[in-house]
Design a protein around this ligand. Structure first.
Ligand SMILES: Nc1ncnc2c1ncn2[C@@H]1O[C@H](COP(=O)(O)OP(=O)(O)OP(=O)(O)O)[C@@H](O)[C@H]1O
Length: 353
């Protein structure tokens, strides 16, 4: 009972290899254009990769290794895709929509109806069974779409930002529902929401420029991010560079911090430093005294953040400091100003990248 895919799409700079366990939910995250939809479309059979293979529970979804050209049609793959929009058949009732999958797979009419009713109950939509999709709210329609996807008993459920099109009241309900139905099931979910990754997935895969840059249990990735994208999800500042005896060097910047490796850091190896914006103080002059890091930056933006002010600085506003509104006024901060970011070494975590 395995699922594995390896696929390359040259025109999109996409080359990904991924395996998902039988009862595992994997969240796929990444910036716009990172290749998340490409991955789902390749697995679902909506996009033909240039090369690669994919297997699901002993079935070859495609095998495009040299000399072969095996290709299974989307509806025969044992995968079900839940898109951002529910995409229900408008001319069928809710019950008929959900019964469609089992019917297409050869179930008798009564068996398909029974299965559809069971799934409608599971998504708390039994009372909607006679309605047409046009008469449903966005949240109701998405619940019905979940029932339709599951009624086909897919070996792999593919979810493409299922909460994205829902309003803030409908999303939590669907999230709880997904938590329930994904338990013990194999699924891949694309999401931009770190809460979804934490709540729904066992593991997160970060895509950057068509490649997997990082993967692992969601909590681990958030605690020790090794990519700028994952650090952003965790709300941490991120500096990539090379390890030195006491810390990290990145261009002209030397950062000192703590590391939990018993041995000295492997000097010269690529490494990262991460620290929370709340650990960064802002000064108008260089601060001395150890053990702290102090370096000049140019403010790019000031924005409200919770009860305080987030000061963004450096190239592309990549580093942030969270300070109080009073401190911001006292310092007279404004975009374009040069200031010093000061961070206690104890607040900076440094590890091999
Ligand atoms: N139909 C298409 N034809 C050609 N290139 C495409 C097509 N769709 C996407 N691409 C390119 O493939 C790359 C990956 O895009 P993809 O849509 O998979 O990213 P994504 O991570 O899903 O982004 P988003 O979060 O914006 O949906 C991008 O460089 C994109 O420009």
């Amino acid at each position: 009972m395995t699922f594995s895919v390896q696929a390359a799409v040259a025109g999109r700079g996409f080359d990904v290899s991924l395996a998902v366990g039988p009862a595992e939910t994997v969240a796929v995250m990444g910036a716009n254009g990172a290749g998340k939809s490409t991955l789902l479309n390749v697995i679902a059979g909506l996009l033909h990769p240039d090369s690669g293979t994919a297997l699901l529970d002993g079935r070859t979804l495609f095998d495009l290794t040299a000399g072969r050209g095996e290709w299974t049609a989307p509806h025969r793959r044992g995968t079900a895709l839940l898109a951002q929009e529910p995409l229900l058949f408008p001319h069928l009732s809710v019950l008929e929509n959900v019964a469609f999958g089992p019917r297409s797979a050869g179930a008798s009419k009564p068996a398909a109806r029974e299965s559809a009713l069971r799934w409608l109950a599971e998504v708390e939509a039994t009372e909607l069974q006679s309605r047409r999709p046009a008469g449903l709210s966005g949240g109701q329609a998405q619940r019905v779409a979940v029932a339709r996807a599951l009624a086909a008993d897919p070996g792999l459920l593919l979810l493409d930002e299922p909460m994205a099109a829902l309003d803030i009241h409908a999303a939590p309900l669907l999230r709880r529902l997904l938590k329930r139905v994904l338990a013990g099931r194999r699924a891949i979910i694309i999401t931009h929401d770190v809460l979804d990754a934490l709540f729904l997935a066992d593991r997160v895969v970060i895509l950057e420029n068509g490649r997997i840059s990082e993967e692992g249990p969601t909590r681990d990735i958030l605690q020790r991010p090794r990519s700028r994208f994952a650090a952003g999800l965790a709300g941490l500042n991120f500096v990539a560079g090379h390890l030195t005896e006491h810390g990290l060097r990145s261009g002209a910047l030397n950062l000192y911090g703590h590391h939990d490796v018993a041995a000295p850091l492997p000097t010269g190896r690529p490494g990262v430093a991460v620290f929370p914006p709340s650990a960064v103080s802002v000064f108008l002059t260089e601060a001395h005294g150890s053990p702290r890091n102090s370096f000049a930056v140019t403010i790019t933006d000031l924005e409200p953040h919770g009860d305080g002010i987030r000061v963004r600085a450096g190239e592309g506003g990549q580093l942030s400091a969270d300070i109080t509104p009073a401190a911001s006024v006292d310092l007279g901060l404004a975009p374009g100003m040069q200031v010093y970011f000061v961070i206690k070494a104890g607040a900076v975590a440094i590890y091999p990248g």
